[in-house]
Design a protein around this ligand. Structure first.
Ligand SMILES: *[C@@H]1O[C@H](CO)[C@@H](O)[C@H](O)[C@H]1NC(C)=O
Ligand SMILES: *[C@@H]1O[C@H](CO)[C@@H](O)[C@H](O)[C@H]1NC(C)=O
Ligand SMILES: *[C@@H]1O[C@H](CO)[C@@H](O)[C@H](O)[C@H]1NC(C)=O
Ligand SMILES: *[C@@H]1O[C@H](CO)[C@@H](O)[C@H](O)[C@H]1NC(C)=O
Length: 140
């Protein structure tokens, strides 16, 4: 039973992560307009080789948002990362349809408004096929 739920969860996460706009659902209720996260920023993310993966910095009130992987500024060459910006999410989301082990690393978003700069780092681990099946059987 749990195994099926997990598989359904993995299958469902791909389309909804993009189309519904993960960042458009605010979980921090606030009325102020200055630059701030609109969801709890996540420090660790896991993905699976060959699968869809997206990571986010959900913010509002910013003027610009830039991304770095292990200190290298976006856009990245294929050797650095396959993740690309999702402009419809105002650059708050990075995604790839087929994650690779080499996409693992520290992704930093740098947000700025007129007066402040804030950064947040997400550590992404892309797990290989073998470890994927081990994880799934362990949870069943
Ligand atoms: C936001 O504003 C509404 C209406 O002014 C108020 O009722 C509500 O308590 C405010 N929420 C927060 C989190 O300040
Ligand atoms: C920029 O963001 C910071 C942190 O959220 C806020 O304190 C500051 O007032 C903002 N500046 C402007 C000009 O909105
Ligand atoms: C979104 O990213 C693109 C490409 O890096 C950049 O040209 C654009 O200025 C960014 N927009 C914001 C709001 O940061
Ligand atoms: C990512 O950051 C963590 C903690 O700062 C560090 O231990 C790790 O080596 C970093 N990974 C890479 C690929 O730089």
């Amino acid at each position: 039973m749990r195994w099926w739920l997990l598989v359904l969860g993995l299958a469902a996460s791909a389309p909804s992560a993009l189309s519904a706009g993960y960042c458009s659902v605010h979980t921090f209720p606030t009325n102020s307009t200055w630059m701030q996260f609109t969801k709890e920023p996540v420090p660790f993310e896991y993905g699976f080789e060959e699968k869809f993966k997206s990571i986010h910095c959900c913010v509002k009130g910013y003027r610009s948002i830039e991304w770095f992987k292990d200190g290298v500024a976006y856009p990245w060459s294929a050797g650095v990362s396959n993740l690309i910006l999702y402009p419809e999410a105002a650059n708050q989301t990075l995604y790839t349809r087929r994650a690779a082990r080499a996409d693992s690393g520290n992704y930093t978003c740098r947000l700025s408004n007129e007066t402040h700069v804030e950064t947040h780092t997400v550590r992404l681990d892309i797990l290989g096929g073998l470890r994927t099946s081990v994880l799934i059987t362990n949870q069943s």
